[in-house]
Structure formats: structure tokens, C-alpha cells
Design a protein around this ligand. Structure first.
Ligand code: ADP
Ligand code: MG
Length: 354
């Protein structure tokens, strides 16, 4: 790729995804009174006469975020909407509208695109959002779907990544690591198919695990339960890149440390057994796997008793002082610092080393 004349060339890999975003956005100054929150959280916040509009955008690129060899088009459309809504919920807001932009090549038929839209409409209906616009263009190199989601929230309800305080309980919804393991099964079956097209795929009856990869859900229910029970998280983020990466975002932005406990991290039995079978450490899948689209949030210590067992929300640790760092205590009692090795599209594309 071209380098501007007389200028040095820095590899994107030297910065990483977050370093690149910082570089491109750190000189932004918000001039509009209505711009409440800009770059840096799950979604931006714009306030026009009282009510806040929450805005987020996520792009899915063929070969990076999905592989059409094993991704049904309907699921792809569904997932493109859900991953955006997940960011709106992570602000403790309610999604209301989406726009959908697609870049397509002549490899796709009208029927194929209609199938993607079938999934898009199913997700819109399920989460109660309106599709209000988008853009359609052509692509030479593969399918790209970019979705922007808008939501609404009262100022007092918004939850950012920067509000965690020492002593707060760290909570996570659902279970972690399954989406990553689902991807491992699908990738394995793809390799087998490429080498032996006559062999039937062996999906090992892993519907749950594969479903977590191909058809994730956004945790609307958790946001509703928290509201119903009068719990406002002190900070929140959705888990798209992996628990490690997301807890570090919360800690960095809140200026705090955290203590997580391996034996508390929720991992489904299916994921646990499959990880062992694949010779992977289950906790590593949970920490670094990503794409689970669960919510990671912190609540004041006194709110922990309000969390009901039935919600499928687990307390996995405590927010600590910044000086204590961000650590994981293993089942054996060893304490390790947590580092970000989250699922990163730049790693997947080979631009960054894993
Ligand atoms: P998430 O995982 O919640 O979708 P990202 O890690 O993609 O969040 O992005 C982190 C923050 O950086 C968000 O506030 C997002 O809006 C912003 N951001 C990402 N890419 C760009 C870009 N190219 N230009 C401006 N802002 C960006
Ligand atoms: Mg997010």
C-alpha cells in the first residue's frame, strides 16, 4: 500500500487495533453541546433536548468476521444486528433503530441477499427495532455488512466503562468461551471438508456451542432485570473481544484494578468438556475467546444481594485499587496479571501477531 511521499511507514501491527483507534481519534475535540460521549465506550451519546440518543456501529467483513463456508446467510444477518444491539445494551440503553449498509459482489444472487435480510428482519422483530435506512454498494473482495444502531436512554440511566470503584462486585451474564469453541469446531470441519469433501461434517452434537458462535443474542433480558430490581451498574461493557480485554477496558477507564477468580468464571459444561478435548485450557477460552456478547458489569457491594440466582449472572471478582493491578487467582491459588489477548480482527487478518 502507498506511503505518503517523504513520510515514514509504520506497520499497523506495531499499534494494534486499539492503538490505531487511539492514534486516529485522540485529537478529536467535541464542539457540539449535544455530543455527550464520543469515541471510547461501547456507544456514543448525543443529547438533544433531554433524551439521549446512543449510537454505535460495527462492521462484519467476509473472511475476517465470518466465513461463508459455514455461516448460514440468515444467521449472518441476524448476528450483524445483534452485535450492534449488544453495544447499545452495554450503555444500559434501549435500542430503537438500525441502518444496514452492504457491499456485495456479483458472486451473490438476489436470493442470497434476501436471505441475509431475512435474518436481519428476524433480529429487528425480536429486539423491537426499526430498520430505517442504509447503503448498498459493490465490493471486489467479499461481502461487508455494516450496521449502525441507535438507542435511547435517560441521562441518569446511562452506564459508561469508567464508573467502577474499588469494592464493587464484578459480574458477568451467561457463560463465556463457548462462541470461541464453536468457531474451533466449525474451522476444524472446514479443514476436513477442504481435504475430504466426501466426509460428512461431525458437529459432535454441539448445537449449544455452535449456536453461540453463529447465532449470538444480546442481553436485553439482563438490562431489563437490573432495571426492574433497581440496580444500576457502576460500569458496563459487552464481551466482544474476551473477558481479559473487556475487564482491562473497564479498569483503565475507571482508574482501578480488579481481582478475578478462576473458579467463579462461568463456563458451560459443554464448553469445558470441548476445551479439554481440543487440548485448550477452558479458562483461556473464557478469558481470550471473545464473541460471547455477554455483559460484563460492576455493581456496588450492597447491590449484590439484589442479584437473583435465577438471572444467570455470576459474581466473578471485585474491583480493587489501581495499585493492585488486574489479576486472576487460579483454582490452585496462584495470582497472575491479566493481559489483553482478546480476539482481534487485526490478528485474524494476519496484520498483528497473536
Ligand atoms: P466495541 O468492541 O464496543 O464495538 P471498539 O473496540 O470497536 O468497540 O471501539 C472502541 C471505541 O472506538 C468505540 O467508541 C468506537 O466508536 C471507536 N472507534 C473504533 N473505530 C473507530 C474509527 N475508525 N474512527 C473513530 N472511532 C472509532
Ligand atoms: Mg462493546
Amino acid at each position: 500500500m502507498q506511503t505518503p511521499a517523504n513520510e515514514k511507514r509504520t506497520e499497523i501491527g506495531a499499534l494494534g487495533e486499539f492503538g490505531l483507534i487511539r492514534l486516529l481519534t485522540n485529537s478529536i475535540k467535541l464542539n457540539q453541546e449535544s455530543s455527550i460521549k464520543g469515541v471510547g465506550d461501547d456507544a456514543a451519546v448525543v443529547n438533544h433536548q433531554g433524551k439521549n440518543t446512543v449510537i454505535t456501529t460495527d462492521m462484519l467483513a467476509e473472511g475476517i468476521h465470518f466465513d461463508l463456508m459455514y455461516t448460514p446467510l440468515k444467521h449472518l444477518g441476524y448476528k450483524a444486528i445483534v452485535v450492534n444491539l449488544s453495544d447499545i445494551y452495554a450503555m444500559n440503553a434501549t435500542p430503537t433503530q438500525v441502518t444496514v449498509s452492504i457491499a456485495i459482489s456479483n458472486r451473490f444472487s438476489v436470493e442470497a441477499i434476501e436471505e441475509i435480510y431475512e435474518g436481519i428482519y428476524v433480529a429487528c422483530k425480536k429486539y423491537g427495532v426499526d430498520l430505517v435506512g442504509g447503503d448498498t454498494t459493490s465490493s471486489l473482495s467479499g461481502l461487508v455488512i455494516s450496521v449502525t444502531a441507535l438507542g435511547v436512554a435517560n441521562s441518569e440511566d446511562l452506564v459508561y466503562r469508567n464508573g467502577a470503584k474499588p469494592g464493587d462486585a464484578i459480574c458477568v451474564s451467561g457463560d463465556l468461551g463457548s462462541a470461541y469453541l464453536g468457531l474451533q469446531i466449525l474451522e476444524r470441519e472446514k479443514q476436513i471438508y477442504l481435504e475430504h469433501p466426501d466426509v460428512q461434517p461431525d458437529l459432535e452434537n454441539e448445537q449449544y456451542i455452535i449456536g453461540r458462535q453463529l447465532k449470538p443474542e444480546a442481553r436485553k433480558d439482563v438490562i431489563e432485570l437490573l432495571k426492574e430490581h433497581g440496580i444500576k451498574p457502576t460500569s458496563m461493557i459487552d464481551i466482544s473481544d474476551g473477558l481479559s480485554s473487556e475487564i482491562l477496558h473497564i479498569c483503565t477507564q475507571s482508574g482501578v484494578g480488579a481481582k478475578l477468580y478462576e473458579d467463579q468464571v462461568p463456563i458451560s459444561e459443554e464448553a469445558y468438556n470441548l476445551a479439554i478435548k481440543f487440548n485448550l485450557d477452558p479458562i483461556t477460552c473464557a478469558l481470550n475467546g471473545g464473541e460471547d456478547y455477554e455483559l460484563l458489569f460492576t455493581v456496588k457491594a450492597e447491590d449484590v444481594t439484589k442479584l437473583s440466582n435465577e438471572w444467570n449472572v455470576t459474581v466473578i471478582g471485585r474491583i480493587a485499587e489501581k495499585s493492585e493491578g488486574v489479576t486472576l487467582t487460579t483454582k490452585g491459588g496462584n495470582v497472575f496479571p491479566i493481559s489483553a489477548q482478546g480476539w482481534d480482527p487485526l490478528i485474524k487478518a494476519g496484520i498483528l501477531d497473536a
